[in-house]
Design a protein around this ligand. Sequence first.
Ligand code: SIN
Length: 300
Amino acid sequence: MNTKVNICGVELKNPVMTASGTFGSGREYSEFVDLNKLGAVVVKGVADKPWNGNPAPRIAEVYGGMLNSVGLQNPGVDYFIENDIPFLRQFDTKIIVNVCGHSIEEYTNVVKKLQGQDVDLLELNISCPNVSEGGMAFGTDPLMVEKVVNEVKKAADKPLIVKLSPNVTDITEIARAAVSGGADGLSLINTLTGMKIDIYKRQPILYRKIGGMSGPAVKPVAVRMVYQVCKAVDVPVIGMGGISNAEDAIEFIMAGATGVSIGTANFINPRATIETVEGIEEYMRKYDVKDLKEIRGIID
Ligand code: SIN
C-alpha cells in the first residue's frame, strides 16, 4: 500500500497535513500528535515583522463550524527561523511555511529571509479575510493574483503553493491567474466570509464584525471548488475546508486533491490528523487501493 504523495517535487509520506492557523507551529499539538506521522505541518502565517492580530473577540462558534478574525497574529519570520524550524526539524515530516504580508514587498521580504532555510514548501497566503491590506484583498482580483505570485516567485527558492480564497465568483479564474503567475501548486479553500450577531447586545460578536467561516458546514463548497480547480489547472492541489476524518479527506482526493489539510477539526479533536491518516490506510486496505493515484480525481 502506497500512501506517499508528491507535491511540487516534494514527497510526503501521506497526504495529510495541518491547515495553517489551526496548529500553530506544531509545538502546541506535539503532546497529543506524533508529528512524525503527518505528511506535513503547515505553520501559522509568517510575516516579515511580528504582528499583533486583531482585537478580541476574534472567535465565534456557529452552526457547523466557527468564525475567526485572528488577523494573522504571528511573531515574525526571524523568530520563526530561530525557534520553529529547529523544533519542527526534530520530526520526520515536511514543513510548509504559510507566508503573509500587507504588500508585495512584505511577502517578498519573508520569502527572501526563508531562502536557504531548511523548509520544504512555501504557501502564499493571499486569501486571509481578516486583514485590510494583502490577504484576500490581493487574492480576489485575477490581475493582482498574477502580479503578486509573479513577484514572490522570483524571490522563492522553494516551490510556491498559492492559497486561494473562496470569496470569489469564479474560483477557476483565480486559479488560472495564480498558475500563470508561476504557482507550482494551489491550496484551497481558505475561509468563507461570515458574520454573527448577538441579538441581545444588538451588536456583532466579532470585534471586526466580519470574519472567516470554517468547519464541517463549508465542506461541500470546498469539495466543489477543489473539483473545479483540479479540472481547470494542471498543478498539484491541496484540498481543505471542513475535513474532520478520513471519509472527508477521501472525498477531496476523489475530487482531484493530491494533499489534504485538516484545520478546525483540530480544535475539537486534537488527534483528527492522526485518525485521518489511519482512516485513509484502513480505507485503502478495505477497498484494495494500492496507491492513492488510483482514486485521485476519479470524478469526471
Ligand atoms: C487569520 O489569522 O486571520 C486567519 C488566517 C487566514 O485566514 O489565512
